[in-house]
Design a protein around this ligand. Structure first.
Ligand code: GCO
Length: 457
């Protein structure tokens, strides 16, 4: 018997996503200034294998070929990011670098010629080293520079780009940059700076919305969050409490201000109680700012990869309970494949927050499998990953989650941050020596899925 076909709503958007530093290369071409990721990757020992994004996929030269691959894939949208230091090399100039703007302008025109909607992310982490040197995100002044960049870009591209994402994954900037310290600027355990970073990112998002709309008639503006649902590893109350904290730091710290105009009280109280922040850190989180942060955005971008199984490391021995949650299969990155949590996450944000529209701006997996001698790349595991997550999404939509699009991460293998070129998320294989692109089996599978608007048998 034939199984029922699962169809997606008409006009559902199927896309793929990339980001500037991860694919462009050309790190110092045509007047581009250094970004914090250039600085970071050029510092020995920060990135596996000391890889850098100097060349990456050299999309800066191969963009036409890449657009053609997008067109052949049949996507109706493409999410990419613009490199701020290509437009304002130090971040503080009064006039934009036209060569940088022209690159994105050509890209946008070509996408539109192919009937592919450009989804433009303004900040996918590679901010100019120049603004970092002035204090970076913890310094409120950065907002003015960011708005200048946002205004300039929307002025030049706003007639053609109608989908804007202000920031990608503020958690990564704030937590990995200032608590874990593996991302630039590489500061560890500084909660004051981390909280200020979160606040300034969110505030600049709220302030950018009217700026972009003033330049781009009918534009949709949103922000992309990486959300990770969490489950306690055991029945222990220690694990349970830790899980609530994890959810607060990871998810609610962003969702609450954006959609409820407040920061989670339990997290602020905990940080104060443990003397990780002081009153002056809390004072900057003013109601006036929160009002701007909560400006009605047109959509929320959700990036989902995996769930977290949370264990409290300080659990006293006598209270230690065995871990009950068994992890499922893992990708080559060691991230658990758990499509059920994707469904749970989406229905939870629908229930807890009133969000008009969601786009899945990233979902994907890392598998190293490469070409055989006939240049066939048999990445069935990637197909299984996307397929199971798309089914969860379908179920979520059926249960009222207002999702209008899905972007597979990523169009092609690229520079995976601290992992360098070790992790491959692409539907297209990239040979990082010859820069040859070879579509994987998953590329053809996705093409077929798009063609049938998500129907699978
Ligand atoms: C992120 C970014 C992407 C990553 C992807 C895989 O989530 O870290 O948005 O740039 O490459 O998520 O880690």
């Amino acid at each position: 018997m034939k199984k029922r076909r699962h169809k997606f709503p008409e006009n559902f958007i199927w896309g793929t996503a990339t980001s500037s530093y991860q694919i462009e290369g050309a790190f110092n071409s045509d007047g581009k200034g250094p970004s914090v990721w250039d600085t970071h990757s050029h510092t020995k020992g920060k990135i596996k294998n000391n890889d850098t994004g100097d060349i990456a996929c050299n999309h800066y030269s191969y963009w036409k070929e890449d657009c053609k691959l997008l067109n052949d894939l049949g996507v109706n949208a493409y999410r990419f990011s613009t490199s701020w230091p290509r437009i304002f090399p130090k971040g503080i100039e009064s006039k934009p670098n036209m060569l940088g703007l022209d690159f994105y302008s050509r890209l946008v025109d070509t996408l539109l010629d192919y009937d592919i909607l450009p989804f433009l992310t303004l900040n996918h982490w590679d901010i100019p080293q120049g603004v970092e040197d002035l204090g970076g995100w913890p310094n409120r002044n950065i907002i003015d520079y960011y708005l200048e960049y946002t205004f300039s870009l929307s002025k030049h591209l706003g007639d053609r780009v109608k989908n804007w994402i202000t920031h990608n994954e503020p958690w990564c900037i704030s937590y990995k940059g200032y608590i874990e310290g593996d991302f630039p600027p590489g500061i560890k355990n500084n909660w004051s700076k981390s909280i200020a970073t979160t606040h300034h990112l969110l505030l600049s998002h709220g302030m950018a919305i009217p700026e972009i709309k003033s330049n781009s008639k009918g534009a949709e503006v949103g922000i992309t969050l990486n959300l990770t649902p969490a489950v306690p590893a055991s029945k222990s109350t220690y694990d349970f409490d830790e899980c609530i904290r994890f959810d607060g730091v990871f998810n609610r710290m962003y969702l609450d201000p954006l959609f409820k105009k407040s920061y989670p009280k339990d997290i602020i109280d905990w940080l104060m109680k443990d003397n990780l922040i002081n009153k002056s850190d809390v004072d900057i989180l003013s109601e006036k700012d929160l009002d701007i942060i909560g400006t009605d955005a047109d959509f929320l971008g959700v990036n989902y990869y995996s769930r977290a199984i949370v264990r409290n490391k300080d659990i006293p021995k006598e209270k230690n309970l065995p871990v009950e949650i068994k992890s499922s299969e893992k990708t080559d990155f060691g991230w658990e494949v758990h499509p059920e949590s994707f469904y749970k996450l989406l229905t939870r944000i629908k229930d807890d927050y009133s969000i008009k529209k969601i786009y899945i701006t990233e979902n994907g997996c890392s598998y190293k499998i490469g070409p055989d001698k006939n240049k066939i790349i048999d990445d069935n595991k990637r197909i299984d990953y996307h397929s199971s997550h798309i089914l969860s999404l379908k179920k979520a939509i059926k249960n009222g989650v207002p999702c209008d699009g899905y972007f597979a991460w990523s169009l092609m293998d690229n520079f995976e941050w601290c992992e360098g070129f070790q992790q491959r998320f692409g539907l297209i294989w990239v040979d990082f020596n010859s820069l040859e692109r070879i579509p994987k089996k998953s590329y053809f599978w996705y093409k077929n899925l798009i063609n049938k608007n998500g129907a699978e048998e």
